[in-house]
Unconditional design. Structure first.
Length: 349
């Protein structure tokens, strides 16, 4: 629902931690929201932060430390888009300072830190929204309507893949491939898929995983660039999630839902009420995720707008810290499964 504010009400003052690629996108979206103001930016490279602030037309103060950012006068919320290893500490500090948090995935790079974030947010009474924006993707919204209307029947199998060609000579791997900085791609990429399937199928009862490193890079991965996860949901639905960073093909984020009465395969739908299986329903190709902000398929802006509404209207976020923990717990269970060679039950909050 749109936010309605009386004349004279002040805008929500937001700070941004991290002015890298994704942080700049979030900062631009915050600056563009009519009910918010990008008031402060923290980035270790302050020149980069100032260049970004000028480019997006915000009147934001630039700070050289995160602690200074949190002390900005009147600051009410923080967008955390720092390297993954900083997420837990920054989210906890923000919550303890009484700031609401929009947190880029993953929640943290250890399960214990994920728990600490969720518990701190709960004690502080602030809102935390995870940056798993794909729940708002048009395909996902359409699929949710099909399920609610009973047109797919009872879900039997749910699948989602994260295949992304990221060249091996990019400097990105200097941090993205490091376990102590980025965690693992199962969190950074596949967390989106797990979160999306959880939104359809409920909580995961058990996960099995195989993972490996296959693609050559200037700076080699320490964790995995390929993984296959098999999921069993408490609802009885079976699931499969695939991760591959480096395949020679464009970005692919897929969604396939198989029910007793119908199937959704990305932008194709077949229902048992149709006379045949030849054509089915073709949904707009523009709905298929492409990992580029600005198209209808990539809902980074909508997710941040929803967070701003959550704070202004004092309503619970769609994807809060508990949900973020439960997605992360599946990721950690997958890593443990690959290590032990057996199925593992994820922890739960």
């Amino acid at each position: 629902m749109p936010v309605e504010k009386e004349a004279g009400d002040r805008k929500l003052l937001i700070g941004l931690a991290g002015a890298g690629w994704i942080g700049q996108h979030h900062g631009e979206n915050a600056a563009a929201n009519p009910h918010a103001e990008l008031a402060a930016v923290y980035n270790p490279d302050t020149d980069k932060a100032r260049t970004f602030v000028r480019r997006c037309g915000a009147a934001a103060a630039v700070y050289r430390s995160y602690e200074e950012l949190l002390q900005h006068p009147g600051l009410q919320a923080v967008i955390i888009a720092s390297p993954n290893a900083a997420h837990a500490g920054q989210a906890i500090a923000a919550a303890q300072a009484g700031k609401h948090v929009y947190l880029e995935k993953p929640l943290a790079i250890t399960l214990e830190d994920c728990r600490r974030v969720a518990e701190t947010v709960q004690r502080a009474g602030v809102k935390l929204a995870m940056g798993y924006h794909r729940r708002l993707n048009p395909l996902a919204q359409y699929a949710r309507r099909l399920i609610a209307e009973g047109k797919l029947g009872e879900l039997v199998l749910a699948e989602s893949d994260y295949f992304h060609h990221v060249p091996g000579d990019w400097d990105l791997w200097a941090w993205a491939g490091k376990k102590d900085v980025a965690g693992t791609p199962i969190h950074g990429g596949t967390g989106h898929n797990i979160d999306l399937l959880r939104s359809f199928c409920g909580e995961v009862a058990e996960v099995s995983c195989y993972r490996d490193v296959k693609m050559p890079r200037k700076i080699q991965m320490e964790t995995e660039d390929i993984a296959v996860l098999s999921l069993r949901f408490e609802s009885g639905v079976l699931g499969r999630v695939g991760l591959f960073l480096g395949p020679i093909l464009p970005f692919r984020f897929t969604l396939r839902l198989f029910g007793t009465r119908g199937t959704l395969d990305n932008n194709r739908v077949w229902l048992d009420t149709m006379p045949g299986f030849e054509e089915g329903i073709r949904l707009p190709e523009a709905w298929i995720p492409d990992n580029v902000q600005g198209g209808v398929s990539e809902t980074w802006k909508q997710a941040l707008d929803a967070f701003i509404e959550d704070v202004v209207l004092d309503r619970p976020p769609l994807n809060d810290a508990v949900s973020g923990f439960n997605t992360a717990a599946v990721c950690f269970a997958a890593l443990e499964s690959a290590r032990q060679g057996r199925a593992v039950r994820p922890e739960r909050l």
